[in-house]
Design a protein. Structure first.
Length: 414
């Protein structure tokens, strides 16, 4: 990080919580071991002894698993004979044999003893599977981002992607970002179109009452468009069909074309309680969805102090909040506008937070996982999880991991 004015190069360093590291290590070990336990093997004679359980091999036709008292685990019973006192060897040969492979290292007669022990590797494998299953269920529990000391911040990609949005990787973002692709045009102003798509939803808990200002880290895309009739500027009268994107290196040659930079720069925002009660903007008392815009061209930038564009003017996107849980709804407006992260900070009347407002490069807030039956207020059975990295967003899609863990358990006992 450079503190002296001049060209800045920001190197991003992500810390990964120990719990996530352990989770990944267990998954890698389990994946490796699940392949290993299906490799061909032999039982190894040691000190003149080799022993193996009957049920350690694949069951073949004519045999079935039984559980009789006195056995170590289960046993195999032959059920394929013609009668209980059959002596027909040909009948026996009709069924495939159980096959037990072992290796003799010491010459001489061997005495076979029945003895079952569970290798430490198997125990570690089972422990890892149980931990992975438990953690995969935990990361799918409902949660809220926790406001601390008047600040709450969260990454755009931490929630499930809904219709109309897709993941993009633009330089300057913290990890990946979400781009709106569902609009009718790159300069759409139709609120009804925005409402056709489900919103991105970010839940957070306020502990410190006060007025909070919302900042948006977004990417404004510049498009090549047709100017239209003679005399039209690149803004008024210009087209809304993208013929190229400047930051991707597309050209915009031609007297009837220009780079239009006043579009693909905003999204609609609304704050609600219990997904129902609307919290109005403090500066205007406006309760409907309203757009917040960013200004920097072909790059990520933070929305400004008066970036709320509604009601015939530009306003501060402030909310008067009391202690409790809230959900920020983000709806697409113009196509190809991307959001990277969001930040709310408590605004003090005396301006003591001015430096904090300009220094919005803060870590993502901790997640508060809600316990069973929690009403969102008392905090009982809640768990606070450090989200100083974006790792949780990577493994929140854990249905596949849960399925893998289940398959691994089946492979272990197959």
């Amino acid at each position: 990080r450079i503190q002296t004015e001049g060209t800045k190069k920001i190197l991003r360093m992500t810390t990964i919580p120990m719990k996530n590291l352990l989770y990944i290590a267990c998954l890698l070990f389990s994946l490796t071991y699940s392949f290993e336990i299906n490799r061909p093997y032999v039982f190894l004679e040691t000190n003149g002894t080799v022993a193996f359980e009957a049920e350690t091999v694949a069951i073949v036709d004519g045999w079935e698993t039984v559980n009789y008292e006195g056995s170590r685990g289960s046993s195999l019973s032959f059920t394929g004979g013609k009668s209980i006192c059959s002596t027909d060897q040909n009948t026996a040969r009709e069924y495939p044999p159980l096959q037990y492979s072992f290796r003799i290292q010491t010459e001489g007669t061997k005495k076979i003893l029945r003895m079952t022990t569970i290798p430490m590797k198997n125990l570690l494998y089972i422990a890892c599977l149980l931990f992975s299953l438990t953690y995969s269920f935990e990361i799918n529990r409902p949660y809220v981002f926790l406001e601390t000391n008047g600040t709450v911040a969260f990454e755009a990609e931490t929630v499930a992607i809904v219709d109309g949005w897709e993941t993009v990787n633009y330089e300057g973002s913290r990890g990946s970002s979400l781009s709106f692709t569902g609009g009718k045009s790159i300069c759409s102003t139709d609120q009804n179109t925005a409402r056709e798509y489900p919103p991105l939803q970010y839940s957070f808990r306020i502990q410190t009452e006060g007025t909070y200002r919302l900042y948006v880290h977004g990417f404004k895309t510049v498009h090549c468009v047709e100017i239209g009739t003679d005399g039209d500027s690149c803004h008024s009268g210009a087209g809304c069909e993208s013929l190229g994107i400047q930051n991707l290196g597309d050209s915009c040659d031609g007297a009837d074309r220009c780079w239009r930079s006043d579009i693909s720069n905003d999204a609609y925002f609304q704050l609600v309680i219990d997904n129902e009660t609307v919290v109005p903007f403090a500066s205007t008392d406006y309760e409907d969805i309203a757009k917040i815009f960013v200004s920097k061209v072909n790059d990520f930038s933070w929305s400004g102090e008066n970036s709320l564009d509604c009601c015939g003017g530009k306003w501060a996107p402030d909310f008067d909040l009391v202690s409790g849980d809230y959900t920020l709804l983000v709806r697409g407006r113009s196509s190809l506008f991307a959001v990277d992260r969001f930040y709310l900070i408590k605004v003090e009347p005396d301006g003591t937070n001015k430096d904090r407002q300009s220094g919005r490069d803060v870590e993502e807030s901790d997640k508060l996982y809600l316990g069973d039956g929690d009403d969102g207020d008392d905090g009982e059975n809640d768990d606070i999880v450090d989200t100083s990295s974006t790792m949780d967003s990577v493994i929140d899609s854990s249905d596949l991991l849960s399925l893998y863990a289940i398959v691994s358990v089946v492979a272990l006992f197959a």
